[in-house]
Design a protein around this ligand. Structure first.
Ligand SMILES: CC(C)(COP(=O)(O)OP(=O)(O)OC[C@H]1O[C@@H](n2cnc3c(N)ncnc32)[C@H](O)[C@@H]1OP(=O)(O)O)[C@@H](O)C(=O)NCCC(=O)NCCS
Length: 197
């Protein structure tokens, strides 16, 4: 996922500090399919908590990043920078043993914000956790006076697109064949915060 504020600018799978066009999360070929990486946490927890993510979470977050996004995963250094950078809100979803099973990040500068990333381990998907992460990031955006929130998503990621649409993101553009290999389009989405309580 990724977002683009200025001129549909920086994006989730790019170096956030670079000016190159954004890249999205690789598609997990099957975003809700079987966990392709048995090293990922397999939480049996039914209660999850959201809390601010810190550098101390880097190992666990990066392990999820690599497993979920594969070749398009951010580098460990980039993830570290994101967790520490200004204007970011990173949240960790943890199970009742404290294990990180998901995360999400927001970049908010002025009136615009980008959803930088979101991922939930396969074993914790499908029960509202992704929505909780998104809602918390959007709440953080609202608290910072953000007027518009942008993101990008692969056209072949119906689960993420469904989540975003249900949160009132609307499609405002397409980057044709943005994801290579595979010629997969990137869908740019925007949510307007104005008027929300
Ligand atoms: C996208 C992702 C974060 C969603 O997390 P999740 O915990 O499974 O999502 P939730 O259970 O909160 O479901 C939220 C919405 O997603 C959609 N969704 C979830 N599972 C779905 C499924 N199996 N089929 C279709 N839609 C689904 C629905 O719109 C759902 O809303 P609803 O429950 O009101 O119908 C998760 O699938 C993920 O980490 N995917 C891999 C990484 C990724 O693709 N990130 C986004 C990059 S742009």
């Amino acid at each position: 996922m990724s977002a683009g504020s200025a001129a549909l600018g920086s994006g989730r799978r790019d170096n956030p500090s670079a000016s190159a066009p954004p890249m999205l999360p690789p598609d997990p070929a099957s975003p809700v399919g079987p966990d392709p990486n048995p090293t990922l946490p397999r939480s049996g927890s039914e209660s999850y908590v959201l809390r601010p993510a810190t550098i101390a979470d880097l190992d666990e977050i990066w392990a999820i990043e690599v497993a979920v996004f594969g070749d398009d995963a951010w580098s460990r250094d980039l993830m570290r920078e994101e967790l520490a950078a200004d204007h970011r809100v990173y949240l960790a979803l943890v199970d009742d043993s404290g294990l990180v099973v998901g995360y999400g990040g927001l970049l908010a500068v002025g009136a615009d914000a980008d959803i930088q990333t979101i991922a939930v381990v396969p074993g914790a998907r499908g029960s509202g956790n992704g929505r909780r992460v998104m809602e918390a990031l959007l709440q953080a955006a609202g608290e910072r006076g953000v007027r518009e929130v942008f993101l990008e998503v692969r056209a072949d990621n119906p689960i993420a697109r469904g989540l975003y649409q249900s949160l009132d993101f609307e499609e405002i553009g397409v980057r044709p064949r943005y994801y290579q290999p595979g010629n997969v389009d990137a869908i740019v989405m925007r949510r307007t915060e104005r008027g929300r309580a």
